[in-house]
Design a protein around this ligand. Structure first.
Ligand SMILES: [Zn+2]
Length: 360
């Protein structure tokens, strides 16, 4: 049975409101009217229960796009081909301790995180979305039958509706912070969210995950450290760097039915003594490679100079998108082109995870 949810009434409600705006000719500005039409199309397709993820590019184009971008980053491309970098730890799933924070706790802690880690500009935009939290964010258990990803934003009314799939681990905090970054950057520049969907729209929210891990690690240091560390481990190691770009290619190749990476990855997994690769892969969220790598660059910038990092983040969100090549170059101009940082951070996290595993 498909699980219908809270958003359906709100979608209907917004749809009829926007229809009203449209039919009454309430919006004269051509650009805004165009956005209104896009919003209407989005809501209509949601009401008709069509797939929300719409990729204009064909699968093959996406694949080429992805691999071209990866080829630009030579050392990564080298790593992708070399599956010997994967170790048993990379394939292992880590049991995460449960933690049942209430809705209020999740929201309060997320609020404190944004207040503490961001400047006035970002916090102000966060609050514009946060103050509507009563009916704009939904937490649902990840095992709810038929649960769908349904976070979405409406241009005309400048609202975001967020859905967090709850795992009842500390990851829920990270996910809540992540989702709120989408709402925040949407308010700063709706185009950032709409036009730069793949693969850039997750950079800022991934940065938030990195910052949130550090922040919550501090918050819970007295009594819940271990559980949080395990969540950190999952985020930083299982999901991260190596696995993320391997998995991205693996996923795309599976879709395409071309099995170069698949074959090599499987061979390596077997060498590492992993026999249940498919279930491991099913459990591993795919983090698009470039998002993560650029987020790490932001993270390091933030560690060195918070003010500069937040200004750069603002510029990044405001950046106009024309094509991937120009966009990537602009990112480089902001000083964010991947360098040794991403490798260093990855190494650090792997070390941390191994230490933690020994302690368990
Ligand atoms: Zn996201």
């Amino acid at each position: 049975m498909v699980h219908f949810n809270w958003t359906i009434d709100q979608i209907r409600d917004r749809y009829s409101y926007l229809c009203h705006l449209y039919s009454e000719n309430k919006i004269n500005n051509e650009e805004q009217r165009q956005k209104l039409i896009e919003d209407l199309a989005l809501l209509k397709s949601m009401l008709e229960d069509k797939c929300l993820e719409c990729h204009d590019a064909s699968l093959l184009e996406r694949y080429h796009g992805k691999t071209e971008q990866l080829e630009d980053i030579d050392y990564l491309w080298g790593e992708i081909r070399d599956f010997s970098i994967c170790t048993k730890e990379d394939f292992a799933t880590v049991p995460i301790k449960t933690c049942s924070l209430s809705r209020k706790d999740l929201l309060d802690l997320t609020h404190d995180f944004y207040k503490h880690c961001f400047d006035h500009f970002f916090f102000g935009n966060f609050m514009k979305s946060f103050y509507r939290r009563r009916d704009h964010i939904l937490f649902e258990p990840a095992n709810t039958p038929g649960l769908k990803e349904e976070s979405f934003s409406i241009n005309t009314t400048k609202e975001s509706f967020l859905k967090v799939k709850r795992e009842f681990t500390y990851d829920d905090l990270i996910t809540t912070a992540h989702e709120y970054m989408h709402a925040t950057s949407f308010l700063i520049n709706a185009e950032h969210f709409l036009y730069s969907k793949e693969p850039y729209s997750e950079i800022d929210s991934t940065l938030v995950e990195l910052l949130a891990c550090d922040y919550f690690e501090g918050v819970f240091k007295d009594h819940k450290m271990d559980a949080l560390k395990v969540a950190l481990h999952k985020k930083f190691c299982d999901d991260a760097h190596n696995m993320s770009h391997l998995m991205s290619l693996y996923e795309v190749e599976s879709e395409l039915g071309c099995f170069k990476c698949n074959r090599d990855l499987r061979r390596r997994a077997t060498e590492c003594g992993i026999t249940n690769l498919d279930s491991v892969l099913d459990d591993t969220p795919i983090v698009p490679t470039l998002d993560y790598i650029f987020a790490i660059e932001f993270y390091y910038l933030y560690k060195g100079n918070r003010e500069k990092a937040l200004n750069t983040l603002k510029k990044f969100i405001m950046m106009e998108y024309e094509d991937d090549v120009r966009y990537t170059r602009e990112l480089g101009n902001l000083g964010l082109f991947p360098n040794a940082n991403s490798r260093e951070l990855h190494k650090e996290r792997v070390m941390l995870s191994r230490t933690l595993k020994k302690r368990q």
